[in-house]
Design a protein around this ligand. Sequence first.
Ligand code: AMP
Ligand code: GLY
Length: 422
Amino acid sequence: MNVLVVGGGGREHAIIRKLRENKTVEKLYALPGNAGMSAESECVDIAATDIEGIVSFAVSHDIGFAVVAPDDPLVLGCADALRQAGISTFGPSARAAMIEGSKVFAKELMKKYGIPTAAFEVFDDMEKALAYVESAPLPTVIKADGLALGKGVVIARTREEARNALREMMERHKFGKSGDQVVIEEFLEGPEVSVLSFTDGETLVPMVSSMDHKRALDNDEGLNTGGMGTVAPNPYYTDAVARECMERIFLPTIRAMKAEGRPFAGCLYFGLMLTKDGPRVIEYNCRFGDPETQVVLPLMESDLLSVMRAVAEGTLDKTEVRFSRKHACCVIMASRGYPAAYEKGFPLTIGEDVRERVYVAGAKWKDGVLVTNGGRVLGCTAVADTLEDAIRDAYAITGQIHFENAFFRHDIGQRALKAKEI
Ligand code: AMP
Ligand code: GLY
């Protein structure tokens, strides 16, 4: 069978490597993919948001199964369009992807169905929002309604910061239409946990939990990024917490989506905060997280293609989804300056011995040489029996990677290690 994966980052590289374990896969295409994964998939230069181009490629290349990985094509209806063309596809409909595409929708859904989340107000009028933050408790959290490349959240510690954030989003349209509406919500505290799950709309199977490291610099300093590293499992996510999340958050969410006429089938990602009053939903994503996927899929023992097909066919209840009890750590190597301005085009070498444990996010060919082509360049993932060993091994991989201006955090997993001691 020929399989197509829409997207081109480290997450897609991890999905592709896992899909290749299934021997029925003949050709594997990445649209657009990137040069760092070209040994494992045929990369075709069609943008992930070019829905028409993707569908016509799929139809003309005898694609038996498609995976749509990133948020923007999902929100634009890429999975629907592929299914309409008769191609079995893993990925939620555009109607279901609203759970990530609109924070206002997600918050209203949680309120209506009693799913625990931060208290909030919605504004489409800047003057009213400005008036509200004059008396809101500080810090206060301001979120643009729509997609904003993971940058649409501001934790305002002063009223001045809150005013500035609102003006940036609602007056200067920093995120375009995404900021026409904003959510202003209660600031919550506690450890964060990412839980990715497979769901066909009826059955939900959580994957192993993980911990992201969003800030650019050590000790959680610097700017927010797409993620500088991950570990799995997340030690704060105990069996008792997992049970509570299943009952109070995961199952109520898929039931709510079904009741709203937006059944969700695909990977539903729960961004959770474990507050002293219990777990709260910080955000939903309609897709695999990046770099969470780079620690979660290496721990998956079941066949990914079979599970994805069961999701697409609505037979997840009859499918085994198993994860190893080992630990994984992923260290992201980025180009200095990321997530602000950075340079691209530096020659990139990846030691032969570590290639199987590296997921490339941003690389391209230039005159036959592999060069960097993004802020986040690649992820180094190690799996081991203990978290300590996984961390040590992941950092050892970084020593086999070379490109000018490389930087990475040195403390990925340290918080998780400390949590384990408690
Ligand atoms: P997001 O872009 O939605 O993933 O949010 C980015 C980060 O902002 C989250 O990972 C949290 O660390 C933080 N955050 C979002 N909402 C809240 C909240 N209500 N209280 C405290 N921190 C938050
Ligand atoms: N790592 C967070 C995300 O994928 O949104």
